[in-house]
Design a protein around this ligand. Sequence first.
Ligand SMILES: C[S@@+](CC[C@H](N)C(=O)[O-])C[C@H]1O[C@@H](n2cnc3c(N)ncnc32)[C@H](O)[C@@H]1O
Length: 425
Amino acid sequence: MTLSAFARKYIPALQRLRDSVVSATGASAQALSELEAIHRKLEHIESEITTLKQKDNSVHLDTPEDLDKETSGLIRAALQTAAVQHLPLLPYEIDVTDGVITVQTWAAAPLGLTENMRFFVNGKPFDQVEYPIRDEELSAKFADIRGCSFVAKLLTSLPDPEAKWIRLDAAPTGIYNECAWRKAIHILNPMHERYPFPPEANKLRVIGDAHETRFKMGGATIFKNMERYLQEALALSWSDFPSILDWGCGSARVSRYLIAESGQAVTGADIDPDNVAWCKANIAGGRFETIPLMPRTQFKDGQFDLAIGVSVFTHLKEDVQFAWLEEMRRVIKPGGYALFSITGPTQFAYNRFPAHLYEKVQHDGFMDLSADPALNSVLDDKEYYRSVMHSRDYICDRWTEYFDVIAIEDGIAALQDFVVLRRRH
Ligand SMILES: C[S@@+](CC[C@H](N)C(=O)[O-])C[C@H]1O[C@@H](n2cnc3c(N)ncnc32)[C@H](O)[C@@H]1O
């Protein structure tokens, strides 16, 4: 309890006690002078509190409004921590040419500690580093988060120019930690890319911008994070999933790596016929199918060992969501797994959604914010595709009706969290 809260609670009671002792007992001169001394002390405390209140409103903390302010402050702090913890590095340009990699990246240092920051490619420090470079746009966007206003420009030769995967790390302590994979960014070495990248409009519909670096690193990082998570948390590898469904595959941002790298049978399914057509024409080795807006799909009961759905449940109305959870349960084998992403603290922080929205989502559990026009050019129903958010409690309570909820993993589905589900036997 704060000093002001203590005083406000007990001072009136003590004053009443003093008055009643004096009037009821006709107290002795010594007792009276002791009570007077207490009274003077109380008056002194009260006047100090008044001065403090005038200086700083935050001393006065226990009215409902102040508690709200304090809670929002805590939530904001948690969101800020999420931004720095899960996104120390977010490149906006990556180029690999003749064995040399150049990167331009957001680089966030926790608590503003930029001095020890070092950058690594596949565990090797970059040779040329310009950091911290203050970025005005970031300064404006993240004015309240120390250490988030900087970018870095990096250049080095690749440790192994033929290596398939390129992993980028920012280490605020200066020490590379291979185990900190959740914070790392991946791309496939361009010399190993098997497929073309989609046209602008097809990228735009799935990630909200047409930027190729963002498309590449998002897909590769999600693929590598899933691989590592399955291995580390569940002791499973791709070979445990002979049949994989990428539900809501879009323009194969993730499927392209699942198909090329997992060695398993991968089916991509989407309600967007134009993206499915592009995938069919360009991503050999996978099977791509258009599916209806509402179940039931053409897939057989228990056809898949694993289903992934990156940013699909973030777009469905609540009753539509339940219909698709039911359908996913039908098409996944008993004992099979699902990884479906939702908006969590990392995306909240990065997108600078206000703390009160986060609180409201926690309170309501499910929030349908609005229609999302991204698919207007390919869907007749302009109200189907939404922007929705879930709280973790909601997922644990409501999705449990369909699957065992094994975990919700922060920030490993690009900016989103993965809900890890297992179909009951
Ligand atoms: C934000 S995009 C993400 C695409 C892809 N998963 C990725 O990560 O690049 C969401 C995708 O889900 C698709 N989608 C929306 N509702 C769907 C549904 N009920 N079944 C299958 N796909 C759906 C959209 O057409 C869109 O391609």
